[in-house]
Design a protein around this ligand. Structure first.
Ligand code: UT7
Length: 321
């Protein structure tokens, strides 16, 4: 049995923020941002939280699938910017869409989160424990950004994507590969609650994301091609069989690097970071949804999803559409 994609959807806030916006709040410019990252604009929330974006994406994916919320058995939400630690964002979505028969939980694996969530859903679908799954990747990154730090604030955006999967005898998710290792230098960090109790005080702790861009770039370069190769291993498929690769949308320079490493994959990478920025766990989910919406892939096409990010974490999926 397989987990097969039967519906997708994505949602971003309607507040489009071009690079020029940052010129008014920090020392930067469109030329620097677009030449270093490929990003031209992103969307920032004007109040909607992560569960709101996820709910809208989920409603679109459900409509696309033809299922109703009551048909869902499991909801997994990948995010590092939850509305609340408790309830989980998945539980908030469950309530908002009325998925009364599902169980729901969040997964935290930063920009690889959607890969982790899909891989977990795959196992539940294959072992027959569930029939219908909703997997969401989404973030309101803008609430985690330090808008005095030009090295990070310009890179990220808000948004969510959702996928509805159904247990099927037809091939769907064929293989998954996940990995993680110590981010020794702490180069990508978003702190949660500090220990702050009658015995210790942490008044000066920041809850904004910090990043050493060069270290993250170095790590991402190392894992991206390997993560693509690993998910093909043992499947009998090779690069020529792949119609499209949907990478985590972090930076066009990273994708260029991957393409340089392997000419056979040229023209297979789908890129939308120019319009959405880096939406972390939302990025691959949004891109996958866009690809289906634009009919850039057809039933039977093989697609690889590949994510990498904080933790460090990485992951990939080989999917027959
Ligand atoms: O999901 C994973 C998330 N993270 C990433 O994808 C980040 C991966 N890393 C990168 O994409 C790149 O490292 C960046 C785009 C973040 C930075 O590019 P870089 O070529 O590594 O620049 P840098 O950090 O070495 O900084 C070069 C210069 C510095 O100025 P000085 O010290 O040379 O005078 C920075 O202060 O660029 C400056 N700089 C900026 N200048 C204008 C940093 N951010 C900006 C900015 N506008 N927004």
């Amino acid at each position: 049995m397989y987990g097969k994609i039967i519906g997708t959807g994505f949602y971003v806030p309607d507040n489009k923020v071009p690079n020029e916006f940052f010129e008014s709040i920090m020392e930067t410019n469109d030329e620097w941002i677009s030449s270093r990252t490929g990003i031209k604009s992103r969307y920032f929330s004007k109040g909607e939280n992560t569960s709101d974006l996820g709910t809208k994406a989920a409603e679109i994916a459900l409509a696309d699938s033809g299922l109703s919320p009551e048909d869902l058995d499991i909801i997994i939400f990948a995010t590092m910017t939850p509305d609340t630690f408790m309830p989980s964002t998945a539980c908030l979505v469950q309530k908002k869409i009325g998925a009364v028969n599902a169980f729901a939980f969040d997964i935290s694996a930063a920009c690889s989160g959607f890969m982790y969530a899909l891989a977990v859903a795959k196992e539940f679908l294959e072992n027959g424990k569930v029939k219908n799954a909703l997997v969401i990747g989404g973030e309101v990154m803008s609430k985690a950004l330090d808008f005095t730090d030009r090295g990070t604030a310009v890179l990220f955006g808000d948004g969510a994507g959702a996928v509805v999967l159904q247990r099927s005898e037809e091939p769907g998710i064929i293989n998954s590969y996940l990995g993680s290792r110590d981010d020794v230098k702490g180069s990508l960090v978003l702190k949660a609650l500090p220990v702050d109790n009658p015995f210790v005080s942490n008044e000066n702790d920041t809850n904004k994301m910090t990043m050493d861009g060069r270290e993250v770039f170095k790590f991402s370069k190392q894992v991206i091609m390997d993560t693509i190769d690993k998910v093909l291993e043992g499947t009998g498929y090779n690069y020529d069989d792949i119609k499209m690769i949907i990478p985590h949308q972090a930076n066009t320079r990273l994708i260029d690097y991957a393409i340089d490493k392997n000419d056979k994959l040229k023209d297979k990478f789908y890129i939308n970071v120019d319009r959405f920025g880096n939406t972390s766990a939302g990025s691959i989910a949004i891109a996958l949804s866009e690809v289906r919406q634009k009919k850039l892939v057809e039933a039977g096409d093989l697609v690889i999803l590949v994510g990498f990010g904080g933790g460090f974490t990485w992951g990939s999926l080989l999917i027959k559409m």
